[in-house]
Design a protein around this ligand. Structure first.
Ligand SMILES: *[C@@H]1O[C@H](CO)[C@@H](O)[C@H](O)[C@H]1NC(C)=O
Ligand SMILES: *[C@@H]1O[C@H](CO)[C@@H](O)[C@H](O)[C@H]1NC(C)=O
Ligand SMILES: *[C@@H]1O[C@H](CO)[C@@H](O)[C@H](O)[C@H]1NC(C)=O
Length: 433
């Protein structure tokens, strides 16, 4: 847990770096020297040549330029120690934070050299404080509300078939009907209209759902393998995350799919790969409070207690799912991925234009077609189309997650994907509105 909470240091370092030019300006080209060791130049003597506040390139696109740069020197560690901030203290498991070299490159590329009074273009770049302190002093009311009763344990799917306990993620292709006759109907308005709010965001490596021609058996990607702890048990037994279905967008010849991104906040993520993002929603969430977002997500779903879930469970608990291929290209930036599925049905990519509605269960690799989830029925609203999204959109989301009151650091990496739910475990109520 603890390591990720130290990431605010990275922000502190950023702020520190941006103050140094006041001490002496000029950016030496030597990649291993820092911003401070240049000989002093009077900033007033230098006329703005590339006014940082006017012509700064998109700093998020600077991150593209950063790919491949890896600077770390003894000198760098020296000044960090002097500042009392040593980002190397971040655990291998946690967010990497920005390297000092990356900050320096941003600074240079924004045209700051010799212009300590110039500013990064606020329309394109934000540097925000992230101290490890908070004005909120109440204990997390959701902590430990994840049910522990054995009735919630995974159970044999043979019994799920007998009891008609529908499962997810299913085939969501138009026209698909599962083989399990169920009574439940999915919530078919927005979750907001049902009084539900998002209580978590997490994602799986590859898609758990299948949408023919979008994310299916014929999709491709870069085939990295990353570890995951299974997402469910607290013992954190790491194993290679199971890769789900992939999209069809990957093109080895196009650098936006192959140029790796310098991830500062997400962990173990890769450009060119497919991820299915889930936003669990609940009517018993701590909606509109500092405790709305929780890890594990079950703490968010059950936070206010069972009375808020009374009635038809599938209208009180639901998940939004959207599938993306990550690209290293700022044309695909979206700043608020944490809040929920991207809705832009009339836009170029048609986000949310074709949504499948059905009832199922929670997912994850602790379940398959032999062992099933007891958390059922819940509504699934799944965007059938695979979309492109910039790596920076995900990294921004991970930074936002680290700003939440609850510690979301266990959701900064991709979780493994459950195998496709078999026909006999899939509800016969899939619909498109
Ligand atoms: C998914 O459903 C579609 C539509 O019914 C079907 O054509 C396709 O074969 C199914 N795929 C799998 C793997 O079940
Ligand atoms: C939406 O769900 C309600 C309640 O289950 C149902 O009465 C209604 O017919 C559904 N609407 C559509 C368009 O399926
Ligand atoms: C990833 O694996 C698939 C299936 O094994 C293969 O077809 C594809 O070429 C691989 N992609 C890369 C970039 O190696």
């Amino acid at each position: 847990m603890g390591s990720a909470r130290k990431s605010p240091l990275a922000a502190a370092v950023l702020l520190g770096v941006l103050m140094w030019p006041a001490l002496g300006t000029g950016c030496p080209d030597d990649a291993d020297s820092d911003l401070c060791d240049a000989t002093t130049t009077d900033p007033d003597e230098e006329l703005p040549t590339s006014g940082a506040s006017r012509s700064a390139p998109l700093v998020l696109s600077l991150a593209l330029a950063l790919s491949g740069h890896k600077h770390q020197s003894a000198a760098a560690l020296g000044w960090l120690a002097a500042l009392g901030s040593v980002p190397m203290a971040l655990g291998a498991d946690g967010p990497a934070g920005y390297t000092c070299g990356a900050v320096k490159d941003m600074y240079k590329d924004a045209g700051c050299c010799g212009q300590p009074d110039a500013t990064f273009d606020v329309a394109n770049y934000q540097i925000i404080p992230a101290p490890d302190t908070s004005v909120i002093t109440t204990a997390n009311p959701c902590e430990g509300t994840k049910p522990t009763a054995s009735g919630f344990d995974n159970f044999p799917c043979a019994d799920a078939i007998v009891g008609a306990v529908e499962q997810a993620g299913a085939n969501v292709t138009e026209g698909y009907m599962g083989g399990m006759a169920v009574d439940a109907t999915p919530w078919n308005l927005t979750y907001l209209e049902g009084g539900l709010c998002p209580v978590n965001v997490h994602w799986h490596y590859g898609a758990e759902h299948l949408s023919v021609g979008q994310f299916d058996e014929d999709g491709t990607g870069r085939n990295f393998s990353e570890e995951d702890d299974g997402g469910e048990d607290l013992t954190r037994r790491l194993a290679v995350a199971r890769l789900g279905f992939q999209c069809h967008h990957f093109d080895e010849a196009d650098p936006k799919f192959t140029t790796e991104y310098e991830w500062a906040y997400c962990v173990g993520m890769h450009v060119g790969e497919t991820y299915e993002v889930h936003w669990p929603h609940s009517a018993a969430g701590a909606c509109g409070t500092p405790f709305q977002y929780q890890t594990p997500f079950y703490d968010g779903v059950f936070c206010r207690g069972a009375t808020y879930l009374a009635g038809e469970l599938q209208h009180k608990v639901g998940v939004q799912a959207q599938v993306f291929v990550i690209v290293n290209d700022e044309d695909y930036f979206y700043p608020d991925l944490m809040r929920g599925m991207i809705m832009d049905p009339l836009g170029a990519q048609g986000f949310g234009a074709d949504i499948a509605y059905y009832t199922g269960s929670t997912t994850g690799t602790s379940r398959d077609n032999e062992m099933c989830s007891a958390y059922s029925p819940i509504t699934w609203q799944v965007d059938r189309k695979c979309h492109l999204i910039s790596a920076s959109s995900f990294d921004k989301m991970c930074a936002d997650m680290l700003q939440q009151k609850d510690d979301m650091s266990d959701d900064l990496h991709a979780h493994g994907a459950r195998e496709l739910v078999s026909d006999e475990l899939a509800a016969d109520n899939l619909q498109r509105l």
